[in-house]
Design a protein around this ligand. Structure first.
Ligand code: MRU
Length: 353
Protein backbone atom coordinates (compact mmCIF):
# COMPACT_ATOMS: atom_id res chain seq x y z
CA UNK A 1 0.00 0.00 0.00
CA UNK A 2 1.13 3.51 -0.76
CA UNK A 3 1.80 4.97 2.67
CA UNK A 4 0.75 8.46 1.57
CA UNK A 5 -2.82 7.30 0.98
CA UNK A 6 -5.29 8.28 3.72
CA UNK A 7 -6.51 5.49 6.03
CA UNK A 8 -10.29 5.40 5.57
CA UNK A 9 -11.14 3.11 8.46
CA UNK A 10 -9.76 0.42 10.70
CA UNK A 11 -10.79 -1.45 13.80
CA UNK A 12 -8.96 -2.34 16.99
CA UNK A 13 -11.59 -5.06 17.59
CA UNK A 14 -13.38 -2.97 20.23
CA UNK A 15 -14.23 0.09 18.16
CA UNK A 16 -14.48 1.11 14.54
CA UNK A 17 -12.23 4.06 13.70
CA UNK A 18 -13.48 6.17 10.83
CA UNK A 19 -11.73 9.10 9.19
CA UNK A 20 -14.45 11.78 9.26
CA UNK A 21 -14.70 12.66 5.55
CA UNK A 22 -17.02 15.60 6.20
CA UNK A 23 -14.02 17.42 7.72
CA UNK A 24 -11.71 16.89 4.74
CA UNK A 25 -9.64 18.34 3.20
CA UNK A 26 -8.75 20.56 6.16
CA UNK A 27 -8.99 18.32 9.23
CA UNK A 28 -7.91 14.67 9.52
CA UNK A 29 -9.89 13.43 12.49
CA UNK A 30 -10.81 9.83 13.41
CA UNK A 31 -14.18 9.04 14.99
CA UNK A 32 -14.42 6.16 17.44
CA UNK A 33 -17.61 4.26 16.77
CA UNK A 34 -19.07 1.55 18.97
CA UNK A 35 -22.80 2.25 18.97
CA UNK A 36 -25.33 1.54 16.26
CA UNK A 37 -26.72 5.09 16.39
CA UNK A 38 -23.27 6.61 15.80
CA UNK A 39 -22.58 4.24 12.93
CA UNK A 40 -25.96 4.96 11.33
CA UNK A 41 -25.30 8.69 11.64
CA UNK A 42 -21.77 8.35 10.20
CA UNK A 43 -23.07 6.53 7.11
CA UNK A 44 -26.10 8.80 6.66
CA UNK A 45 -24.05 12.00 6.98
CA UNK A 46 -21.29 10.66 4.67
CA UNK A 47 -18.60 10.68 7.37
CA UNK A 48 -17.79 7.34 5.78
CA UNK A 49 -18.93 7.09 2.16
CA UNK A 50 -18.22 5.41 -1.14
CA UNK A 51 -19.85 2.06 -1.80
CA UNK A 52 -17.07 -0.37 -0.76
CA UNK A 53 -16.10 1.63 2.36
CA UNK A 54 -19.72 1.74 3.54
CA UNK A 55 -19.85 -2.07 3.25
CA UNK A 56 -16.64 -2.59 5.24
CA UNK A 57 -17.76 -0.08 7.91
CA UNK A 58 -21.12 -1.83 8.29
CA UNK A 59 -19.43 -5.23 8.65
CA UNK A 60 -17.08 -4.07 11.42
CA UNK A 61 -19.96 -2.04 12.87
CA UNK A 62 -22.09 -5.15 13.36
CA UNK A 63 -19.29 -6.78 15.33
CA UNK A 64 -18.34 -3.79 17.51
CA UNK A 65 -21.97 -3.02 18.35
CA UNK A 66 -22.86 -6.61 19.23
CA UNK A 67 -19.79 -7.32 21.34
CA UNK A 68 -20.91 -4.66 23.84
CA UNK A 69 -24.23 -6.34 24.53
CA UNK A 70 -25.02 -9.15 26.95
CA UNK A 71 -27.66 -11.52 25.63
CA UNK A 72 -29.77 -13.92 27.68
CA UNK A 73 -29.62 -16.52 24.89
CA UNK A 74 -28.52 -17.10 21.29
CA UNK A 75 -32.16 -16.52 20.29
CA UNK A 76 -32.07 -13.07 21.79
CA UNK A 77 -28.75 -12.45 20.04
CA UNK A 78 -30.33 -13.51 16.76
CA UNK A 79 -33.24 -11.07 17.21
CA UNK A 80 -30.81 -8.26 17.92
CA UNK A 81 -28.74 -9.17 14.85
CA UNK A 82 -31.84 -8.87 12.66
CA UNK A 83 -32.88 -5.52 14.07
CA UNK A 84 -29.31 -4.15 13.84
CA UNK A 85 -29.07 -5.34 10.24
CA UNK A 86 -32.37 -3.67 9.24
CA UNK A 87 -31.43 -0.48 11.04
CA UNK A 88 -28.04 -0.13 9.32
CA UNK A 89 -29.55 -1.14 5.98
CA UNK A 90 -31.96 1.81 6.23
CA UNK A 91 -29.11 4.37 6.41
CA UNK A 92 -28.58 4.75 2.62
CA UNK A 93 -30.50 3.00 -0.16
CA UNK A 94 -28.41 3.10 -3.34
CA UNK A 95 -24.96 1.56 -2.75
CA UNK A 96 -25.54 -2.19 -2.87
CA UNK A 97 -22.26 -2.97 -1.07
CA UNK A 98 -23.96 -2.01 2.21
CA UNK A 99 -26.58 -4.75 1.75
CA UNK A 100 -23.99 -7.16 0.34
CA UNK A 101 -21.77 -6.80 3.43
CA UNK A 102 -24.70 -7.07 5.85
CA UNK A 103 -25.92 -10.21 4.07
CA UNK A 104 -22.47 -11.74 4.30
CA UNK A 105 -22.38 -11.01 8.02
CA UNK A 106 -25.81 -12.61 8.35
CA UNK A 107 -24.72 -15.79 6.59
CA UNK A 108 -21.71 -16.01 8.91
CA UNK A 109 -23.88 -15.27 11.95
CA UNK A 110 -26.33 -18.04 11.08
CA UNK A 111 -23.54 -20.50 10.31
CA UNK A 112 -21.86 -19.81 13.67
CA UNK A 113 -25.18 -20.10 15.55
CA UNK A 114 -26.00 -23.48 14.06
CA UNK A 115 -22.74 -25.10 15.22
CA UNK A 116 -23.34 -27.49 18.11
CA UNK A 117 -20.66 -25.80 20.18
CA UNK A 118 -21.94 -22.23 19.61
CA UNK A 119 -21.67 -19.68 22.36
CA UNK A 120 -22.05 -15.91 22.20
CA UNK A 121 -18.28 -15.62 22.23
CA UNK A 122 -17.80 -18.06 19.38
CA UNK A 123 -20.43 -16.25 17.31
CA UNK A 124 -18.68 -12.93 17.96
CA UNK A 125 -15.33 -14.43 16.99
CA UNK A 126 -16.92 -15.53 13.72
CA UNK A 127 -18.34 -12.05 13.09
CA UNK A 128 -14.95 -10.45 13.68
CA UNK A 129 -13.29 -12.93 11.33
CA UNK A 130 -15.89 -12.18 8.63
CA UNK A 131 -15.42 -8.42 8.91
CA UNK A 132 -11.66 -8.84 8.67
CA UNK A 133 -12.12 -11.02 5.58
CA UNK A 134 -14.32 -8.34 3.96
CA UNK A 135 -11.67 -5.72 4.79
CA UNK A 136 -8.81 -7.83 3.37
CA UNK A 137 -10.76 -8.68 0.21
CA UNK A 138 -11.54 -5.00 -0.29
CA UNK A 139 -7.82 -4.15 -0.31
CA UNK A 140 -7.02 -6.98 -2.73
CA UNK A 141 -9.91 -6.05 -5.02
CA UNK A 142 -8.65 -2.50 -5.42
CA UNK A 143 -5.17 -3.67 -6.47
CA UNK A 144 -6.69 -6.14 -8.95
CA UNK A 145 -8.96 -3.44 -10.42
CA UNK A 146 -5.94 -1.16 -10.64
CA UNK A 147 -3.93 -3.73 -12.59
CA UNK A 148 -6.73 -4.49 -15.05
CA UNK A 149 -7.61 -0.82 -15.43
CA UNK A 150 -4.02 0.21 -16.12
CA UNK A 151 -3.97 -1.96 -19.27
CA UNK A 152 -6.46 0.53 -20.75
CA UNK A 153 -4.30 3.60 -20.07
CA UNK A 154 -1.07 4.90 -21.55
CA UNK A 155 1.67 7.00 -20.01
CA UNK A 156 0.75 10.62 -20.65
CA UNK A 157 -3.04 10.54 -20.55
CA UNK A 158 -5.41 13.22 -19.34
CA UNK A 159 -8.00 11.42 -17.22
CA UNK A 160 -11.28 12.80 -15.91
CA UNK A 161 -13.07 11.41 -12.87
CA UNK A 162 -16.29 12.33 -11.09
CA UNK A 163 -16.97 12.19 -7.32
CA UNK A 164 -14.52 10.14 -5.27
CA UNK A 165 -13.86 6.50 -6.03
CA UNK A 166 -10.39 6.55 -4.54
CA UNK A 167 -8.70 5.36 -1.39
CA UNK A 168 -11.28 7.19 0.70
CA UNK A 169 -14.12 5.22 -0.86
CA UNK A 170 -12.46 1.88 -0.07
CA UNK A 171 -9.85 0.60 2.35
CA UNK A 172 -7.20 0.38 -0.37
CA UNK A 173 -6.32 2.14 -3.63
CA UNK A 174 -9.94 2.78 -4.56
CA UNK A 175 -11.66 1.62 -7.70
CA UNK A 176 -11.56 4.39 -10.34
CA UNK A 177 -8.37 5.83 -8.87
CA UNK A 178 -6.61 2.46 -8.43
CA UNK A 179 -5.19 2.34 -12.00
CA UNK A 180 -4.05 5.93 -11.56
CA UNK A 181 -2.15 5.11 -8.35
CA UNK A 182 -0.60 1.99 -9.84
CA UNK A 183 0.38 3.86 -13.00
CA UNK A 184 1.93 6.65 -10.93
CA UNK A 185 4.01 4.08 -9.03
CA UNK A 186 5.27 2.83 -12.40
CA UNK A 187 6.23 6.28 -13.65
CA UNK A 188 3.13 7.22 -15.69
CA UNK A 189 2.55 10.96 -15.67
CA UNK A 190 -1.22 11.23 -15.80
CA UNK A 191 -2.97 14.57 -15.63
CA UNK A 192 -6.13 13.99 -13.63
CA UNK A 193 -9.16 16.27 -13.88
CA UNK A 194 -11.43 15.96 -10.84
CA UNK A 195 -14.97 17.24 -11.32
CA UNK A 196 -15.79 19.00 -8.06
CA UNK A 197 -19.12 17.11 -7.73
CA UNK A 198 -21.89 19.33 -6.47
CA UNK A 199 -23.41 19.55 -3.94
CA UNK A 200 -21.11 17.80 -1.43
CA UNK A 201 -17.88 18.32 -3.38
CA UNK A 202 -16.43 14.83 -3.09
CA UNK A 203 -14.31 15.62 -6.19
CA UNK A 204 -12.57 18.70 -4.84
CA UNK A 205 -12.64 17.88 -1.13
CA UNK A 206 -11.69 14.18 -1.38
CA UNK A 207 -10.34 13.17 -4.82
CA UNK A 208 -8.12 16.24 -5.16
CA UNK A 209 -7.04 15.84 -1.53
CA UNK A 210 -5.90 12.24 -1.84
CA UNK A 211 -4.27 12.56 -5.28
CA UNK A 212 -2.48 15.70 -4.16
CA UNK A 213 -1.23 13.99 -1.00
CA UNK A 214 0.41 11.28 -3.11
CA UNK A 215 1.87 13.81 -5.57
CA UNK A 216 -0.31 13.11 -8.62
CA UNK A 217 -1.02 16.02 -10.98
CA UNK A 218 -4.68 16.92 -10.34
CA UNK A 219 -6.81 19.83 -11.52
CA UNK A 220 -10.23 20.59 -10.02
CA UNK A 221 -13.04 21.55 -12.40
CA UNK A 222 -16.52 22.79 -11.64
CA UNK A 223 -18.94 20.16 -12.95
CA UNK A 224 -20.18 22.48 -15.70
CA UNK A 225 -16.67 22.77 -17.20
CA UNK A 226 -16.52 19.11 -18.26
CA UNK A 227 -17.76 19.70 -21.81
CA UNK A 228 -15.32 22.51 -22.55
CA UNK A 229 -12.34 20.58 -21.21
CA UNK A 230 -13.29 17.52 -23.26
CA UNK A 231 -13.69 19.65 -26.37
CA UNK A 232 -10.27 21.21 -25.78
CA UNK A 233 -8.76 17.72 -26.11
CA UNK A 234 -7.44 17.57 -22.57
CA UNK A 235 -9.23 14.31 -21.74
CA UNK A 236 -8.16 10.95 -23.19
CA UNK A 237 -10.25 8.75 -20.88
CA UNK A 238 -12.84 9.02 -18.14
CA UNK A 239 -13.07 6.65 -15.21
CA UNK A 240 -15.63 6.63 -12.40
CA UNK A 241 -16.81 4.28 -9.65
CA UNK A 242 -20.26 2.78 -9.11
CA UNK A 243 -22.79 2.38 -6.34
CA UNK A 244 -24.88 -0.31 -7.98
CA UNK A 245 -24.69 -2.00 -11.37
CA UNK A 246 -27.85 -3.61 -12.73
CA UNK A 247 -27.83 -6.95 -14.54
CA UNK A 248 -27.70 -5.20 -17.94
CA UNK A 249 -24.70 -3.03 -17.00
CA UNK A 250 -26.65 0.18 -16.30
CA UNK A 251 -24.69 1.90 -13.57
CA UNK A 252 -25.78 4.10 -10.67
CA UNK A 253 -23.08 6.50 -9.52
CA UNK A 254 -22.86 10.01 -8.10
CA UNK A 255 -25.26 12.55 -9.57
CA UNK A 256 -23.74 14.07 -12.70
CA UNK A 257 -22.02 10.89 -13.87
CA UNK A 258 -24.54 10.18 -16.65
CA UNK A 259 -24.06 13.67 -18.10
CA UNK A 260 -20.31 13.14 -18.23
CA UNK A 261 -20.84 9.78 -19.99
CA UNK A 262 -23.16 11.30 -22.59
CA UNK A 263 -20.64 14.07 -23.28
CA UNK A 264 -17.87 11.47 -23.57
CA UNK A 265 -19.81 9.70 -26.33
CA UNK A 266 -20.25 12.96 -28.21
CA UNK A 267 -16.51 13.71 -28.02
CA UNK A 268 -15.42 10.10 -28.72
CA UNK A 269 -13.72 9.65 -25.34
CA UNK A 270 -13.75 6.19 -23.68
CA UNK A 271 -15.87 6.08 -20.53
CA UNK A 272 -14.90 3.43 -17.96
CA UNK A 273 -16.59 2.26 -14.77
CA UNK A 274 -14.44 0.58 -12.11
CA UNK A 275 -16.19 -1.47 -9.43
CA UNK A 276 -15.83 -4.73 -7.52
CA UNK A 277 -18.17 -7.60 -8.34
CA UNK A 278 -19.90 -6.89 -5.00
CA UNK A 279 -21.33 -3.73 -6.63
CA UNK A 280 -23.35 -5.74 -9.17
CA UNK A 281 -26.95 -6.44 -8.30
CA UNK A 282 -28.22 -9.18 -10.58
CA UNK A 283 -31.66 -9.00 -8.98
CA UNK A 284 -32.08 -5.54 -10.46
CA UNK A 285 -32.70 -6.03 -14.17
CA UNK A 286 -32.21 -2.47 -15.42
CA UNK A 287 -30.97 0.85 -14.10
CA UNK A 288 -34.45 2.36 -13.85
CA UNK A 289 -35.18 -0.11 -11.05
CA UNK A 290 -32.36 1.20 -8.85
CA UNK A 291 -33.56 3.26 -5.90
CA UNK A 292 -32.00 6.70 -5.99
CA UNK A 293 -31.33 8.36 -2.66
CA UNK A 294 -32.95 11.77 -2.30
CA UNK A 295 -31.10 13.97 0.19
CA UNK A 296 -31.90 17.12 2.13
CA UNK A 297 -32.19 20.21 -0.07
CA UNK A 298 -30.18 22.22 2.44
CA UNK A 299 -27.07 20.46 1.08
CA UNK A 300 -27.67 22.34 -2.19
CA UNK A 301 -28.58 25.81 -0.93
CA UNK A 302 -26.89 25.92 2.45
CA UNK A 303 -23.76 23.83 2.04
CA UNK A 304 -20.58 24.35 4.02
CA UNK A 305 -21.98 27.17 6.14
CA UNK A 306 -23.06 29.54 3.37
CA UNK A 307 -26.65 30.11 2.31
CA UNK A 308 -26.72 30.20 -1.49
CA UNK A 309 -30.46 29.99 -2.09
CA UNK A 310 -33.44 31.62 -0.40
CA UNK A 311 -34.73 29.96 2.73
CA UNK A 312 -37.80 27.82 2.00
CA UNK A 313 -37.18 27.55 -1.76
CA UNK A 314 -37.94 24.15 -3.31
CA UNK A 315 -34.84 22.05 -3.97
CA UNK A 316 -34.48 18.67 -5.66
CA UNK A 317 -31.41 16.76 -4.46
CA UNK A 318 -31.01 13.26 -5.90
CA UNK A 319 -27.63 11.87 -4.81
CA UNK A 320 -27.11 9.52 -7.78
CA UNK A 321 -28.05 9.03 -11.40
CA UNK A 322 -27.92 6.06 -13.72
CA UNK A 323 -25.67 5.83 -16.77
CA UNK A 324 -27.14 3.55 -19.42
CA UNK A 325 -24.77 0.75 -20.36
CA UNK A 326 -24.69 1.94 -23.99
CA UNK A 327 -22.54 4.87 -22.84
CA UNK A 328 -20.06 2.66 -20.98
CA UNK A 329 -17.00 1.55 -22.95
CA UNK A 330 -16.03 -1.03 -20.32
CA UNK A 331 -16.55 -2.02 -16.71
CA UNK A 332 -13.40 -3.00 -14.83
CA UNK A 333 -13.74 -5.42 -11.91
CA UNK A 334 -11.23 -7.38 -9.83
CA UNK A 335 -11.84 -10.27 -12.26
CA UNK A 336 -11.06 -8.41 -15.46
CA UNK A 337 -12.72 -6.17 -18.03
CA UNK A 338 -16.25 -6.31 -19.44
CA UNK A 339 -16.17 -4.50 -22.76
CA UNK A 340 -19.46 -3.07 -24.03
CA UNK A 341 -21.40 -4.28 -21.00
CA UNK A 342 -24.85 -5.73 -21.56
CA UNK A 343 -26.92 -8.48 -19.94
CA UNK A 344 -24.97 -11.25 -21.66
CA UNK A 345 -21.45 -10.00 -20.98
CA UNK A 346 -22.31 -9.09 -17.36
CA UNK A 347 -23.84 -12.51 -16.69
CA UNK A 348 -20.90 -14.33 -18.18
CA UNK A 349 -18.38 -12.18 -16.22
CA UNK A 350 -20.19 -12.84 -12.98
CA UNK A 351 -20.87 -16.54 -13.30
CA UNK A 352 -20.02 -18.29 -10.04
CA UNK A 353 -20.45 -14.99 -8.18
O1 MRU B 1 -22.54 9.81 -1.82
P1 MRU B 1 -21.21 9.13 -1.89
O2 MRU B 1 -20.06 10.04 -1.64
O3 MRU B 1 -21.16 7.88 -1.02
O4 MRU B 1 -21.10 8.65 -3.40
C1 MRU B 1 -19.97 7.93 -3.79
C2 MRU B 1 -19.94 7.59 -5.22
O5 MRU B 1 -20.83 7.89 -5.98
C3 MRU B 1 -18.77 6.75 -5.67
O6 MRU B 1 -18.42 7.06 -6.99
C4 MRU B 1 -19.14 5.27 -5.58
O7 MRU B 1 -19.64 4.95 -4.31
C5 MRU B 1 -18.01 4.39 -5.89
S1 MRU B 1 -16.78 4.38 -4.64
C6 MRU B 1 -15.57 3.29 -5.06
Amino acid sequence: MNTMLPVTLHSDATKLLLLDQTELPTIEKFLEIDTREDLYEAIKKLRVRGAPAIGVAAAYGVYVCMRKETYASLDEMQKDFSSLKSYLASSRPTAVNLFWALNRMEVRFITECTLKTSTQDSVLTGLLAESKAIFDEDQKMSIAIGKHGLTLFSKHMGIMTHCNAGGLATTGYGTALAPIYLGFEQGYDFKVYANETRPLLQGSRLTAYELNKVGIDVTVLCDNMASLVMKQGKIDAIIVGADRIAANGDTANKIGTSGVAILAKEYGIPFYVAAPTSTFDLETAIGDDIEIEIRDGEEVINGFGKRTGPEGVKVYNPAFDVTASKYITAIITERGIITHPDRESVTSHLKNK
